[in-house]
Design a protein around this ligand. Structure first.
Ligand SMILES: *Cc1c(COP(=O)(O)O)cnc(C)c1O
Length: 478
């Protein structure tokens, strides 16, 4: 550091000096003391760092409270901001695992709220006045909606698979096709879940073709389950064959071995003629146990739904592992609130956001895209361009059986601003706006925007573009 610079640094006030300044005292009054003190330290570090890089405030400003007040308040607000926040999903991927999967309907919370802020009959039998079971709450609805003999809810589908394997096949063999040994989202790898459950994996067939005879030949006295897994996030094409659940169930019935089917996304309503079959349809094909996620196509909270025969579900219910993967009361309340919507098949597509977003017709999306375009076009810096192009949205969430959904995209370019830089700027917006970058353009798919988010996204795009443009031209001048 030069002499000149260290002289500069001497003008920086102390923490105590800033904390006792009347205007700063006033500005930090709303914050807890400990947060305010840390915020002052952070603001001072920020200024020192800027001076080191040669871009800090000038010497005369250094002792002034004005130089720090805004930084202190911003730092305090950052510290009090929750880590888990709402974001705006402009990607068009409806069930986006990284963005929290299914958004819930607002009125789902009216029921959940009551249960959350007061006591509940979570494990209390109101008729008998004795201890009850938390698993009975969603069970009636789940049975009614799917025709299952019994139903159970675990923490998520990975847990549902794990506990089912553990309860039904600990120390025994489970036969799975090599074509179905999948990995989902990095942390769900079927062979690993299998060994964590204590079951022994027996692979049959080849990657691309497995026949029912392959399962039959692999059956031994040690076989506890035949397992089928929905491919979810990839597709096998070309010279392939797998064994349909009904054929596997027929083999199971013949040999007295239950079939476990991990359906993955699992739906309770068909989203179109070629949408995924429903859980009810899949159950009718004869698996003893079927597992699926609560927050994929069902459109509810994170949960693992286990449906099937009482004999097998009873064993799962009584397994000690069930205790480790049990659900919270809020999960049960929110899941029930979603399930009630399915009692009205006419309206469920309006009432469950995932279904509503997936089924929004392209012309409605186009209108939103046009509104968005109008709102940004007049206010964007010169050289920017916004056009509407045809594209595809995705159901997401491993619902690969769902066909791609035609949509309209707003494709934006910003002259001198790189699309990745623009996307990063939008992520830093409050609330963060998540977009896709495609063929060197920022693309916004209004399918996953809620009505009030159109203005918000337009505003974010304009403000971030103007900010980046100004920063770029300030950089050029320097
Ligand atoms: C998504 C998925 C899982 C994991 O479900 P989570 O609810 O995320 O735990 C398991 N199996 C399949 C086939 C899936 O698609």
């Amino acid at each position: 550091m030069s002499k000149d610079q260290s002289a500069h640094f001497r003008h920086i006030p102390s923490v105590e000096r800033l904390l006792s300044d009347p205007s700063i005292e006033e500005a930090i009054r709303p914050f807890p003391r400990a947060v305010a003190v840390e915020a002052v330290r952070e603001a001072l570090d920020e200024v020192r760092e800027e001076l080191r890089r040669g871009c800090g405030p000038s010497e005369g400003d250094l002792p002034l409270a004005d130089t720090y007040r805004g930084r202190i308040v911003a730092a305090a607000e950052r510290r009090l901001r929750p880590s888990l926040r709402r974001v705006v999903n402009a990607t068009g991927i409806v069930i986006h695992t990284n963005l929290g999967r299914a958004p819930l309907a607002e009125d789902h919370f009216d029921r959940a709220r009551e249960v959350a802020v007061r006591y509940s009959n979570l494990e209390f039998d109101l008729e008998e006045g004795v201890r009850g079971s938390r698993y009975t709450h969603a069970e009636r609805l789940l049975r009614e909606l799917t025709g299952a003999e019994a139903a159970l809810v675990a923490n998520n589908n990975a847990a549902a698979v794990l506990v089912s394997l553990h309860a039904l096949a600990f120390g025994k063999e489970v036969i799975v096709s090599r074509g179905e040994l999948i990995e989902i989202g990095g942390s769900f790898r079927l062979p690993e879940i299998m060994s964590a459950s204590g079951a022994r994996l027996v692979e049959v067939g080849t990657t691309n073709r497995t026949r029912v005879e392959d399962y039959r030949r692999a059956i031994t006295p040690e076989t506890a389950l035949l397992m089928k897994v929905h491919l979810s996030n990839f597709r096998l094409e070309g010279y392939t064959s797998d064994v349909p659940p009904s054929e596997l169930a027929a083999l199971g019935a013949e040999r007295g071995i239950p079939v476990l089917y991990d359906l993955g996304s699992g739906a309770f309503a068909r989203t179109g003629p070629d949408g995924e079959p429903t859980a009810r349809e899949e159950l009718a094909r004869g698996p003893a146990v079927l597992t699926m996620s609560g927050d994929k196509l069902l459109g509810s909270v994170q949960a693992g739904i286990i449906l099937g025969r009482e004999e097998e579900l009873g064993r799962i219910r009584r397994s000690p592992m069930m205790r480790a993967v049990r659900v919270d009361k809020l999960t049960i309340a929110l899941l029930e609130a979603t399930l009630f919507q399915y009692l009205d098949p006419e309206r469920v597509f309006e009432r469950v956001p995932v279904l509503r977003l997936i089924s929004r017709p392209p012309h409605a999306i186009r209108q939103d895209a046009e509104r968005l375009r109008e709102k940004v076009l007049a206010r964007l810096p010169a050289g920017a361009n916004a056009e509407i192009v045809e594209g595809e949205s995705e159901a997401g969430g491993g619902a690969i059986g769902q066909p791609p959904i035609p949509t309209f995209l707003l494709a934006l370019s910003f002259g001198g601003i790189a699309p990745d830089e623009m996307a990063a700027g939008l992520r830093a917006f409050d609330p963060p706006v998540i977009v896709r970058v495609k063929s060197d353009r920022v693309v916004v798919d209004p399918r996953t925007l809620f009505p009030e988010e159109i203005d918000l996204v337009a505003d974010a795009i304009v403000r971030v573009a103007v900010f980046l443009r100004e920063r770029a031209s300030a950089g050029e001048k320097e």
